[in-house]
Design a binder for this molecule. Sequence first.
Ligand code: NDP
Length: 398
Amino acid sequence: MSKILIIGAGGVGNVVAQKCAAERETFSDILLASRTLSKCDQIASRCARPVQTAQVDADRPEEVAALIKRFGAEIVVNVALPYQDLTIMDACLAAGAHYLDTANYEPRDEARFCYKWQWDYHDRFLERGLMATLGCGFDPGVTNVFCAHAQKHLFDEIHFIDIVDVNAGDHGLPFATNFNPEINIREITAQGRYWENGQWLATEPMAEKRRVSLPETGDSDIYLLYHEELESLVLNIRGLKRIRFWMSFGERYLTHLRVLQNVGLTSIKPVAFEGREIVPLQFLKAVLPDPASLGSRTKGKTNIGCVFDGIKDGERKRVHIYNVCDHEASFKEVGSQAISYTTGVPAMTGAMLMAKGVWKKPGVHNVEILDPDPFLEALGPLGLPWRVRDLGPEETAL
Ligand code: NDP
């Protein structure tokens, strides 16, 4: 039985806390800490058993380390923002706790989507006998585990991977983001990038578009983006020739985004405003709907997964491994929409495997390095069933 500290009381923190509370056999005590205490208390009131709460500024490693020690946390799940990854990792090293997150570290002033800073902590975690699991949400997270599963069980060689993230949900508002707007918009407005034949190739933002038809979400327009899991997967999947990441967007969303970009509101460069400096994107976040408030109004489903193309027993093989998640069903269960649900459930699943010692590997690791079998065995019963669909040569061709 482990004591777990969850940092971040947003949409994802809400799911992680409730799912941990349901795991009575694994987690003896749960502490939910975040910048705003009232949000922690609100989430705790939804949990199936008592969850302690605390206020913490996760930008301050000494504050986090003191909290870890005071509570006696063995595992820290970081579902605050990517800006806090390194300070929370520092705190885990100082206080002797394992670490898990769902998004790579990001400096505030530049969108980089790169693991280097966190990989640099590998030797320090190894020396302390501590484990850090990086990117254990859905994408990154479950998508990496699907890749590990395909490599271990389905293919002799994987040549092409297309990660496809379709959100066919509708919240009925003209414009809102499904998770933290600042992080979401940074991701989408950056250049597209993919890996082919040993090199990274860049595209203009949202320049590559395809139309796919997927189970339960139907037809969607998807766009090529750079996404952080590509960086680790090119190192860890053998024989790969190309890997890309695609995300769906509706025409209305893209039109709003184009206008916001054209008027400068998506910029992360500070500007002078009435005698002080403000970051336009942070201001935009403040006026957009809080993603947590979208849950009650979002209908429809997500389909997130990977299309693999490779060789098995000398024959060409293509499969799609995916999960379908229903926004309304997620909201009914935990009070958050499917984007938070599909991130929070894998984070709890990873933490549970670490707590049980099933995933036990000191150092800093992306999830595809770890055994996919126990994770995928647990994932369905915990709320995210997954399917493998054999594809013909042209089906879901991207
Ligand atoms: P939210 O913005 O809803 O929640 C973030 C929470 O972190 C808020 O409660 C916020 O506090 C808290 N926080 C921010 N700064 C600090 C700080 N300095 N100290 C303590 N707490 C802080 O985000 P989400 O829940 O939507 O996302 C959480 C994480 O999950 C993000 O890193 C996001 O990138 C990642 N994510 C990963 C996905 C995946 O599939 N891998 C998909 C979706 C999200 P306050 O309430 O005061 O603002």
